[in-house]
Design a protein around this ligand. Structure first.
Ligand code: NDP
Ligand code: OXD
Length: 317
């Protein structure tokens, strides 16, 4: 016997990818309305969104909560008609695992000189360059939240020295923690490989600029400083990254996110020999892992229980 679906419907409003799998999974337990149908339906109580078209959510008179299908919620705040209801973001083992893999992969590739060896192989060169051990290399993670902490844990287990930078003071075993404006310079000065896992907010707009890159430690066994950004593209100033690569401030960069996505074909980042590009693929939201916990939260909300993984609207993340 199939269970009766609750009366509160779900609006599914996503752009940029097919809603098909989300539709199928959410529909298994709730009535789902695929946007743009029924824009002012009073029976819609929840919205599941990714880069929704502006002003569609404000038309829903009985909306109880908005669920972002991603961990980042900057896509929501561009909507001038964003209703004053709780916003839930993704915090999930599966997504965290993907991001941890991406960070470990990029850190290890820079640390173990992957670019250098690929170039040598192309020329059939047999030469072993100096390799510092991980404990002499310091990775600094900007954003010591859910993804930053998991990445820090993985890097610690590989033997790296790890620094973390956050908005409020944080603590984590084995990690040198810095916070706020005052902590930024000492954090950067003690960092060889910078990993950016910040959310995009008005306070973090363009934060990865030349002045930040300039403060990284270059006098190290790796022969320079490295940047890995898997947070958001608008955290970085791409012209500054190119300048830093070209004048030696940065040795290499791995970029998963870009000021404009998809990265325009004319961008010099595509062909830069010391830039590694991935197409915003560090940690993809997998509906097969995320839909059921989302539906569980809707059921909990119906029972009057508190929602988890809520966004702080004032902080913007
Ligand atoms: P969290 O909210 O758990 O952590 C955010 C961290 O950033 C916190 O440590 C927070 O500080 C810090 N922070 C926020 N604002 C500032 C600031 N102004 N100055 C200093 N530190 C700041 O987020 P997650 O770890 O879950 O996700 C981080 C980001 O990763 C997402 O917002 C998203 O943009 C990106 N992402 C990218 C993906 C990809 O595929 N490329 C996939 C998933 C997420 P505090 O601890 O003090 O609150
Ligand atoms: C996210 C993303 O924020 O996929 O989850 O970028």
């Amino acid at each position: 016997m199939t269970a009766r679906k609750p009366s509160g419907k779900v609006l599914l409003a996503v752009t940029g990818f097919s809603p098909h799998q989300w539709m199928e999974l959410l529909s298994s337990r709730r009535h789902v309305v695929l946007e743009p149908a029924a824009p002012d339906d009073p029976t819609i109580e929840y919205a599941v969104v990714w880069k929704q078209r502006p002003r569609i959510l404000e038309k829903l008179p009985n909306l109880k909560a908005i669920f972002s299908v991603g961990a980042g919620v900057d896509h929501l705040f561009t909507d001038p008609g964003l209703p004053q209801v709780p916003i839930v973001r993704v915090v999930a083992d599966n997504l965290t695992q993907y991001m941890t893999e991406y960070v470990a992969w990029r850190v290890l590739d820079h640390h173990r000189q992957g670019r250098h060896y690929r170039a040598q192989q192309a020329k059939q060169v047999w030469h072993e360059p100096f390799q510092p051990p991980a404990n002499e290399v310091s990775v600094g993670i900007m954003g010591l939240g859910n993804l930053g902490r998991a990445s820090a844990k993985a890097l610690l287990s590989l033997g790296f020295a790890v620094n973390g930078w956050s908005r409020k003071p944080q603590q984590m075993d084995g990690v040198r923690c810095f916070d706020g404006e005052a902590g930024l310079t000492p954090f950067l000065n003690a960092t060889d490989i910078l990993v950016v896992l910040l959310p995009y907010t008005p306070a973090t707009h363009g934060i990865v600029d030349y002045s930040v890159l300039r403060r990284l430690r270059r006098d190290n066994g790796l022969g320079g400083a490295f940047l890995i950004n898997a947070g958001r593209g608008k955290l970085q100033k791409e012209a500054d990254i190119l300048r830093a690569l070209d004048d030696g401030t940065l040795k290499e960069a791995s970029l998963d996110v870009f000021e404009q996505e998809p990265l325009p074909t004319a961008s010099p980042l595509w062909g830069h020999p010391r830039v590694f590009v991935t197409p915003h693929a560090a940690a993809t939201s997998d509906p097969a892992h995320l839909a059921a916990p989302m539906l569980d939260q809707m059921d909990a909300c119906d029972r009057g229980e508190p929602l988890r993984n809520l966004v702080d609207r004032d902080a913007g993340y």
